[in-house]
Design a protein around this ligand. Sequence first.
Ligand SMILES: [Zn+2]
Length: 390
Amino acid sequence: MSVLIDRIGSLVTNDPELGEGPLGLIEDAALVLGGDGRVAWAGPRAGIPQAAADERLDAGGRALIPGFVDSHAHLVFAGDRAREFAARMAGERYEAGGIRTTVAATRAASEAELDATTARLVAEARRSGTTTIECKSGYGLTVADEARSLAVAGRHTDEVTYLGAHVVAPEYADDPAAYVDLVTGPMLDACAPHARWIDVFCEQGAFDGDQARAILAAGIERGLVPRVHANQLGHGPGVQLAVELGAASADHVTHTTDADVDALVQGDTVATLLPGAEFSTRAGYPDARRLLDAGVTVALAADCNPGTSYTTSLPFCIALAVREMGMTPDEALWAATAGGARALRRDDVGRLSPGARGDAVLLDAPSHLHLAYRPGVALAAAVWQGGARE
Ligand SMILES: [Zn+2]
């Protein structure tokens, strides 16, 4: 069944050829979702084609935006770290090692439990408007547990990332080189068939530049495309390594030098900012304004994980980006939709122009500005994924 969404007060297409500015904004608009699950038509109401669709939905002057593209999530885990959060809010500092708590719980969980948690979080994300979500492994850290995590992730999304190199597995604490051998050898063999991407946490307390390079190179050799957790907790080689290896995305990018910014400008790696992590660790936010002014492509993602950013809400991240990181509401919305699509090298999502997947969010608001203007409010009144209303 095709549907005409009529009387849209403000339509964000992210197609500058269809409307105004980078958001391709059209006022007093309409959009047709075709029976094939794709956008069939988008434009001003005056141009609605004859016999446009089987059904008509009156948007009543509200805004329609592309579904959010969340390019960074850790959804396959067990356990809860609320106490660690409370302790941190009481003054303790976050270090990369907290991941090990979740590793123990994840290994002990059944596959059905992991599957249920992942399904619950994907559904939660969708309710706030996320229609594409990436999902990483990284809480198994054995050959069998990493492969199992990826198999679970693959039941809920096509964007699956092998993150055996999240931290050094506890069994290898005294011999990190042997763990790198495992991650680039038998673990990669077991995981590569389940994944599109390979990721590494390049950070003090996790993996250094040489280890990260070896891990990503091994993945590239197996046909995986790199993405990198880079420069979250301090300056480091992650951002420049990501650009050098042609990574789709460098994620976090909180601590950057001029050379890091220059590298991002020269290369085609997206800088994916994850303000939920700075919020939840009470850390300083990345300077998005500096990156944007330099000409870097910026994405926003929620980084849903049980330790440092237990949120699936991109509207929340948009509000943080606008309030704390110097982004305009337009830039933040673009980053959470088209930017996320760039970070996943997808051109079928993150936009609402003909041919794109029918992923759209009707906001209970007259414009997308309300996403930051009304923080903490559930504004997604209706969500379509592949043309089907959820
Ligand atoms: Zn992450």
